[in-house]
Design a protein around this ligand. Structure first.
Ligand SMILES: Cc1cc2nc3c(=O)[nH]c(=O)nc-3n(C[C@H](O)[C@H](O)[C@H](O)COP(=O)(O)OP(=O)(O)OC[C@H]3O[C@@H](n4cnc5c(N)ncnc54)[C@H](O)[C@@H]3O)c2cc1C
Length: 485
């Protein structure tokens, strides 16, 4: 089998490795002059910034790829387990450090917020149970094949439908367990892990915190960029060929099946083609005479992001690797993001500081702040104006809460906005995670990993089943490899 993969995002690289393990001849074509798609990095004046994901869960999905090709992951892919999951800050001066140790975390919630620790543990244990109930079907299987729905494991799960909490929002679900608004807010924030609103997305999303509290939060020893770097090196050691600066111009087909691709004006024959580019971009830009299913255009896209990467010439011991400065009005913030498609004037600010763990990411005595707020997907906004306002609001908020003027400390700056996210990774409307999960049918409506319109064309990555985020993209590669038997 000769396979072409369009794009070297995490899903494309993982597919290449899985195909190699099957003995295929594999070529990966990447439009950019770097690997990794959204998982990339930038250096500005001696500061290194991971340009996309910052939170790494389920490292076993990466390790599995080394094992598939007979290598020991520990030799090539070392990572830290974080002891603190996140430091939380509120405008009224409340601060809370969420430790990875579940007992300590629950005890600290009780002493700081008065929520009984038994209730915190019950909530997280219910989250884990739900994950275990749903993962096999929703994350690890092709959702669009009859054999999945005719299987015993599908029928055995039907009786558990009420446990999915799909008819309530995540916020309603969290209100069922907790009274303190700050704890509800803390668990509501997990909806943003796939670019959704906790006030609309189903309670099923409560599976997400269980990944951090039961399976851990991690950081690769050389930063997030080490994920694509280590995997590309692995793939190359086993004979996968990568071509950078190689935008695929067309997926060639004879009306029924794909026959190859056109790149740099040259037609190349392949037995199968996998697109790791956004599914909308793939249909609109790469396939002639075949329209994509209507629903991919009407489905709501996930949120995007506005990131201020700042080189800060001071250290802040009160900050850890992950830090959140909450908005006082979370509901209005999400209403702005998903209804009016704009930025809220008091946004929740997330700061990722990799140099807390990764030596050399910032000069001595300084810190690299990846300062991110959620942003709506592109919908005709005046981004230059919004960015200017957001910068002012974020600096004001951080200055108030940290008690130190922040602007004078910035000695390097790189702003990454939804327009650049769209350009840099061909992500339709700049969304981070493909389609949002703001509907109980979202999981069912995501584009499958194959199409009945053209044989031997497959799709992998965040814009298709099972969705965005590193673990799910890795899972989509596994599904693609399984359905090509
Ligand atoms: C700011 C930000 C923060 C995020 N935070 C997190 C996080 O903390 N944790 C997490 O798990 N996830 C996070 N995500 C989401 C995560 O990055 C994505 O879900 C995931 O990396 C997407 O991978 P993918 O396989 O879909 O490929 P993508 O990363 O989308 O890459 C697709 C690749 O295809 C290439 N391509 C497109 N068209 C062509 C063509 N015609 N020819 C050749 N190549 C082409 C592109 O150049 C690109 O390299 C974040 C994303 C962003 C942007």
């Amino acid at each position: 089998m000769k396979a072409a993969i369009i794009g070297s995002g995490i899903g494309g690289i993982a597919t290449a490795i899985r195909f190699k393990a099957k003995g295929y001849d594999v070529d990966v074509f990447e439009r950019n002059n770097f690997y990794g798609g959204k998982l990339s990095e930038e250096w500005i004046n001696g500061y290194r910034f991971d340009a996309g994901p910052s939170l790494f869960t389920m490292p076993q999905f990466v390790e599995e790829l080394f094992e598939l090709l007979g290598e020991n992951p520990q030799e090539h892919f070392p990572y830290y387990r974080l002891e603190t999951i996140c430091n939380y800050f509120w405008e009224d001066g409340t601060r809370f450090s969420a430790t990875a140790d579940l007992d300590v975390f629950a005890k600290n919630i009780e002493s700081t917020f008065g929520e009984p620790q038994t209730q915190v543990k019950r909530y997280l244990s219910d989250c884990k149970q739900l994950y275990e109930l749903t993962a096999d079907l929703f994350i690890h299987s092709s959702f669009h094949r009859l054999d999945t729905f005719l299987s015993n494991r599908f029928f055995s799960k039907l009786i558990h439908i009420p446990k999915l909490r799909a008819f309530h929002s995540l916020n309603q679900e969290n209100e069922r367990y907790f009274k303190h608004p700050k704890i509800i807010q803390l668990f509501n924030r997990y909806a943003t892990y796939n670019g959704s609103s906790p006030y609309i997305a189903p309670g099923t999303l409560k599976v997400i915190p269980s990944l951090e509290y039961f399976y851990g939060a991690y950081l690769p020893e050389k930063g997030m960029i080490q994920i694509p770097n280590a995997l590309v090196a692995l793939a190359k050691r086993h004979g996968v060929r990568f071509y950078l600066n190689a935008p695929v111009e067309e997926i060639l087909h004879n009306g029924r099946r794909v026959t190859g691709i056109r790149v740099h004006g040259e037609s190349k024959n392949y037995d199968l083609v996998v697109s790791n580019a956004d599914v909308v971009t793939t249909y609109d830009k790469l396939i002639k005479n075949v329209r994509g299913p209507k629903r991919i255009y009407s489905q709501e896209r996930s949120s995007s992001a506005l990131v201020f990467n700042w080189g800060i010439k001071r250290t802040f011991p009160e900050l850890d690797v992950h830090n959140i400065f909450f908005s006082d009005d979370y509901f209005s913030e999400f209403n702005a993001l998903f209804k009016t498609k704009t930025l809220w004037h008091d946004p929740t600010v997330y700061i990722f500081i990799s140099c807390k763990k990764v030596q050399g990411d910032a000069p001595e005595g300084c810190e690299n702040w990846f300062t991110m707020i959620n942003a709506p997907h592109i919908a005709g906004q005046d981004w230059d104006q919004l960015i200017q306002q957001a910068r002012k609001h974020i600096l004001g908020k951080l200055t108030r809460i940290l008690g130190t003027p922040i602007e004078p400390l910035i000695e390097a700056e790189w702003i990454f906005d939804p327009r650049q996210i769209e350009n840099r990774t061909s992500s339709y409307l700049g969304s981070l995670y493909g389609t949002s999960s703001n509907s109980m049918m979202a999981a069912f409506n995501r584009h499958p990993n194959f199409t009945s319109r053209l044989k031997n064309l497959y799709f992998v990555g965040g814009s298709v089943h099972p969705g965005g985020g590193i673990p799910l993209c890795l899972s989509s590669a596994k599904i693609v490899s399984q359905i090509i038997s």
